[in-house]
Write a protein that binds this ligand. Structure first.
Ligand SMILES: Cc1cc2nc3c(=O)[nH]c(=O)nc-3n(C[C@H](O)[C@H](O)[C@H](O)COP(=O)(O)OP(=O)(O)OC[C@H]3O[C@@H](n4cnc5c(N)ncnc54)[C@H](O)[C@@H]3O)c2cc1C
Length: 393
């Protein structure tokens, strides 16, 4: 094991690997420690939907920046992120109509390719869809999904090519502080001296915070994904959807599968221990998801259940991440609490972490992290969007 590094990253999901790549690109000698293997946790289990529909400027900007990376991943990073363009629709009822319109205007201002569409347009776009109860809809033609394990592995490979060293099966068990500054990381395979630690440990981030006396307001909850096989006559992929009327998101997978998850904030109440939770899907969830997707696509009455799985969300009180150095000048950096919507932001987060660790005087590509400062919780200044869409932000 390296005896010293310029920066040690804890966690080998999309955030840690993207951070490793961007820091190595800026010439730092990086070590990344992962207790299991790359993409073993939230990243590997992600539905990996890549859309830009956000209700605050900076998150939408991060999503746009990241989409451009996913679209040209082999040039921008190297390797493959398995990006598949499908388009994405947001469907709301009267209650959220104003919010949707404001959000689309905000996104268009940032250069995001999105537009409001009528229910007739929606039907023309997606033949099998039932527009029942839908009052307003927006469409992003460039959205899609990726293979999250490919994406993280490709970031890790690209980081290695730039000199980063990645230790899998290696758990961080202590962060050493001397005089209020990070001095090293103790791992199950030895100690690495460093002046910078980046905590990208998702639901385990609070445990890493405790090592240095930092209390991170991140809780873990279990989220399920149901997999259904579409009837043969509808094998053609449909667009991705965030359906606020039926409280689900859905996306196609490969030739004939549809993944369905919940967008109800109530799911956050399923608190879980990230080390001991049921990684399978509950049959009751599959039945409920099948009913909800059938409301949107009547042909799904003939869908076959193909099971599903569960993963962990690292939820903060306002469903937005913490990207900050805590306390300032300590060398203890955090990029965690992505609350179930972080995968699509991974490329931008790597840039923001690199700016933070390098103490850049201005944010690269306008990706400012001020909104995600740790102190916002103590100051009672949570991130607020135009409407409360929990994971859709
Ligand atoms: C079911 C599900 C569906 C989702 N769908 C979407 C979606 O459609 N679109 C989207 O944008 N986002 C989605 N997300 C959210 C997204 O997947 C996460 O926000 C993102 O993957 C978080 O990445 P991460 O690197 O922070 O976390 P992780 O991938 O969990 O990585 C953290 C890593 O830290 C490691 N670690 C923890 N403690 C230690 C330690 N002490 N030492 C060493 N290593 C340690 C863990 O083993 C883990 O591999 C979804 C998440 C889930 C669970």
């Amino acid at each position: 094991m390296l005896s010293s590094a310029d920066a040690v990253i804890i966690g080998g999901g999309i955030m840690g690997t993207s951070a490793a790549f961007h820091l190595a690109q800026r010439g730092l000698r990086v070590a990344l420690v992962e207790k299991r293997f790359i993409a073993a946790e939230a990243t590997g289990k992600s539905s990996a939907i890549i859309r830009q529909h956000y209700s605050n400027e900076i998150t939408a900007k991060m999503a746009l920046y990241s989409l451009r990376v996913f679209q040209k991943f082999s040039d921008a990073v190297g390797g493959d992120a398995g990006f598949v363009e499908t388009g994405f629709v947001v469907l709301v009822d009267a209650k959220d109509r104003d919010g949707l319109e404001e959000n689309v205007a905000l996104q268009k201002n940032l250069g995001i390719n999105t537009r409001l569409i009528s229910t007739d347009d929606l039907r023309a776009l997606d033949m099998g869809i039932a527009e029942t109860n839908t009052v307003a809809a927006a469409y992003e033609p460039e959205a899609g999904y990726a293979d999250p394990a490919f994406a993280a592995t490709s970031f890790a490979d690209a980081a290695r090519k730039l000199g980063a060293v990645i230790y899998q099966d290696t758990r961080a068990i202590g962060v050493e502080m001397v005089g209020g500054r990070v001095a090293g990381v103790e791992t199950t395979n030895g100690r690495i001296s460093t002046r910078a630690v980046v905590n990208c440990a998702n639901a385990w981030a609070p445990g890493i915070g405790k090592m240095v006396g930092v209390d991170l307001p991140i809780t873990a909850s279990r989220h399920q994904v149901a997999t259904l096989q579409r009837p043969r006559a509808h094998a053609q992929p449909h667009p991705i959807g965030a359906d606020f009327i039926n409280q689900i998101y859905y996306r196609p997978e490969g030739a004939a599968l549809t993944l369905v998850g919940s967008i109800s904030a109530a799911e956050a109440e399923q608190k879980a221990d990230p080390d001991h939770y049921n990684e399978a899907v509950d049959y009751a969830f599959v039945e409920d998801a099948a009913q909800r997707i059938r409301n949107r696509y009547p042909y799904m009455a003939q869908a076959l259940s193909k099971g599903g799985w569960s993963g962990i969300y690292d939820i903060t009180p306002d469903w937005h991440p913490i990207i900050d150095e805590i306390p300032n000048g300590s060398g203890f950096f955090v990029a965690a609490g992505f609350s179930g919507h972080g995968f699509k932001l991974g490329p931008a987060v790597g840039v923001m972490v690199a700016d933070m660790v390098m103490r850049a005087s201005a944010p690269t590509a306008g990706l400012a992290r001020t909104l995600f400062r740790y102190a916002r919780f103590a100051e009672n200044q949570p991130v607020r969007g135009k409407y409360e869409y929990s994971i859709v932000g």
